[in-house]
Design a protein around this ligand. Structure first.
Ligand code: TRP
Length: 332
């Protein structure tokens, strides 16, 4: 039965606290997919190495992210939750795949170009090869579907190209994965600059609603969020601030945008902010409470990732052996 289930793999970097954007864009979907798919959900700790990390902070964030996955309903019984660096096959396969990836393929990645610009003092080879590590993450598990945000589509396209190239050379080895992009555009934007995606690594915390924020923090951030000129409350390209608040309200209540717009005819931006803050507070509270409880139980968390490590290693090692054999490495 389990073998017929399609496979899902996805991951988030433990480079900051998770935000309402992660909840709306990824974790809610991950949680729903667990019943119908065999899911591997990873903490992409190796991916954070492209930017200098404070070791103790990275360690804490990794455990915090696991606790948050669980608090958001990702079940360690249903899914495999694991830490990327606990599965050596990721790094091992990355090397092989990097020999099947063109220099120019990596050089043209939008994210590489953007990040090289943002960190021009540290354009390292890891940043360049980042999508190849991501390809290894995905291909090791023979994933059918990869839930990702828009910004990762290009990396998945590269994964597919590399996998097809390898399969063509050595016969079928990797499943060719498809991107899974959620139907509804629950894309949460920055609160102060609503034309930019909300990002956990944004330096300005006023831009972000963290899943760990207190009720007061949420209320203050929403109160100070940027709105647009005019008074009408509706989603529009020239109203990115209001669109974002409406999206947040929709995500937090499950109400459709159309319904919400209708409810706000004749009301003020202030009304929208109040209602949105209340809704987010209600939405996040149970998650935050659960997170705080789980976080205290270090044993429980350690057991989850130990179990995940074993399961993930088993699957990944199988693919790695297949690859080693096909390319002619001597195996004993
Ligand atoms: N690169 C992804 C991001 O920054 C995280 C990630 C790493 C990932 N490996 C992955 C996502 C494999 C999906 C599948 O968002």
């Amino acid at each position: 039965m389990e073998n017929n289930q399609k496979i899902i793999l996805s991951g988030i970097q433990p480079s900051g606290n998770l935000t309402i954007g992660h909840l709306a864009g990824a974790l809610t979907n991950w949680q729903q997919l667990q019943d119908d798919y065999q899911c591997f959900y990873m903490i992409a700790d190796l991916h954070t190495m492209t930017i200098r990390q404070e070791p103790s902070v990275l360690r804490d964030k990794t455990m915090d992210t696991i606790a948050m996955y669980v608090a958001c309903g990702i079940s360690p019984e249903k899914s495999t939750l694991f830490v990327q660096s606990h599965v050596p096959a990721h790094s091992q396969l990355q090397w092989i795949l990097s020999c099947f990836t063109g220099y120019s393929e990596c050089a043209k990645m939008t994210q590489f170009k953007d990040k090289s610009q943002a960190h021009s003092d540290n354009i390292n080879v890891g940043l360049f090869a980042y999508p190849v590590l991501m390809a290894a993450d995905i291909l090791l598990y023979q994933a059918d579907l990869v839930p990702i945000g828009d910004d990762q589509k290009q990396h998945l396209e590269l994964t597919r190209n590399v996998a097809q190239r390898f399969n063509y050379h050595y016969s079928d080895t990797f499943k060719i994965p498809e991107p899974f992009i959620p139907k509804i555009g629950a894309r949460i934007m920055s609160l102060q600059e609503p034309t930019k995606k909300m990002s956990k690594s944004d330096e300005n915390e006023k831009n972000i609603i963290f899943l760990t924020d207190s009720d007061d923090q949420i209320r203050n951030k929403i109160k100070r969020s940027v709105t647009d000129s005019g008074t009408e409350i509706k989603c529009a390209d020239n109203k990115p601030g209001i669109t974002n608040l409406l999206t947040l309200l929709s995500v937090s209540t499950g109400n459709s945008l159309i319904n919400i717009e209708n409810n706000f005819i004749g009301k003020t931006y202030g009304d929208l902010k109040n209602t949105t803050a209340d809704a987010i507070i209600e939405f996040i509270k149970p998650i935050r409470n659960e997170y705080e409880k789980i976080k205290l139980d270090k044993n429980y968390l350690n057991n989850i990732i130990k179990d995940g490590m074993e399961k993930a290693n088993k699957t990944a090692f199988k693919t790695l052996c297949k690859v080693y054999k096909k390319i002619g490495l001597v195996q004993l």
